[in-house]
Design a protein around this ligand. Structure first.
Ligand SMILES: C[S@@+](CC[C@H](N)C(=O)[O-])C[C@H]1O[C@@H](n2cnc3c(N)ncnc32)[C@H](O)[C@@H]1O
Length: 337
């Protein structure tokens, strides 16, 4: 169903069933990961009966699961032999460097979303992932998947921000794996990057810095982004990757103000987030993600380009541009006057 496509005409009742069953693919993917189906196939176990045995599962049930995974193009099927699609081979096989199963196989999201009715009634979140203890538990797992998902967008972001310049001073706020800062460090071999996040999460960041061989060019600013001192006229670029949506308006606007001070004249703030249209009628993903923030944070939401433009200008970024980074939403770049 395409709820925002006017040419599609009014949806019929089948669209309602499709919406209701939209939960099934999520369970099919999670179950495939939980039963290590992709790993068994990668190890050469390719028939339903043998995969069922390896996974300690029921044979008839496993055949149904494998067929459904095939329908979603995670598996291929020839006769009674199953194979991995390139997507599954890259991201769903345990032990591979880009394995995303820790997050995709977790029931955490599922459990939260079943309480959406309660949360919409009360307006109170189930979890506050932005609080230090919760963040230090949750984010080291999430940021591994985010790293894989954002790697290409980060390269394009770095190209746009570096634009041939050398020796940039960069702050990567709430850096997670460091995916955005690492991309800048790779695009500008003389860049120096300060990685900011909670101390436990920075231990995960360090693993990625080593992997990308950029450790010597990184400094660390551990702590709560609301409390750390960003200084004055210190940086050329401030990166804010996927953090505004969990902070909410008030904290994010305060952060824009602090970063405006921390940037040198002509310095750039780069915001990467999920951005709905200005009327907040679509596309679906940022609006779904806004509800995800309702469930998981105190004040989080997804904001429109119009809102970002206003807030960044008020914080001292005279010019606000967007750049297509091949992602669901454009990169927003504010330039300090
Ligand atoms: C959704 S992840 C994004 C990570 C990374 N920027 C990216 O785009 O992949 C959010 C990150 O913000 C960090 N974070 C959340 N609230 C924070 C806070 N109040 N202070 C510092 N870091 C915070 C989390 O630890 C996590 O690494």
């Amino acid at each position: 169903m395409k709820p925002n496509d006017p040419k599609a005409g009014p949806p019929g009742p089948e669209a309602l069933l499709q919406l209701q069953f939209a939960m099934a693919p999520a369970r099919i993917l999670a179950t495939g990961v939980q039963l290590s189906v992709f790993t068994h196939i990668a190890q050469g176990t390719t028939s339903a009966d043998k995969i069922a045995k390896a996974a300690s599962a029921n044979e008839r049930a496993m055949r149904m699961l494998l067929d459904a995974l095939t329908a979603f193009q995670l598996l291929s099927k020839k006769g009674s032999t199953y194979g991995l699609s390139p997507l599954a081979a890259d991201f769903l096989v345990e032990g591979k460097p880009d394995y995303m199963g820790e997050f995709l196989g977790s029931d955490r999201m599922w459990e939260s979303w079943t309480s959406l009715d309660k949360v919409v009634r009360t307006g109170k979140p189930l979890h506050k992932v932005e609080a230090k203890e919760a963040a230090e538990q949750f984010f080291p797992v999430l940021v591994k998947s985010l790293h894989v998902m954002n790697r290409d967008a980060a390269r394009r972001t770095a190209e746009a921000l570096v634009a041939g310049r050398k020796g940039l001073r960069v702050i990567d706020v709430a850096c997670g794996s460091g995916v955005w800062g690492i991309a800048v460090a790779e695009a500008d071999r003389d860049a120096r990057v300060t990685a900011q996040d909670f101390p436990v999460v920075l231990e995960t960041t360090k693993v990625y810095l080593e992997r990308h061989k950029v450790t010597p060019r990184f400094d660390f600013l551990p702590g709560d982004l609301k409390e750390v001192d960003y200084g004055k006229d210190r940086y050329d670029v401030a990166l804010l990757g996927n953090i505004v949506h969990s902070e909410g308006e008030k904290s994010s606007r305060a952060l824009f103000g602090k970063l405006a001070k921390a940037l040198r004249p002509g310095g750039k703030i780069a915001v990467i987030d999920m951005i709905p249209n200005d009327e907040r009628t679509g596309p679906p993903f940022p609006l779904i993600f806004a509800l995800n923030m309702l469930l998981h944070t105190e004040l989080g939401d997804c904001y429109t380009l119009d809102e970002y433009t206003r807030w960044l200008r008020e914080a001292g970024f005279g010019k606000v541009d967007t750049v297509d980074i091949g992602s669901h939403s454009p990169l927003i770049v504010g330039t300090k006057a």
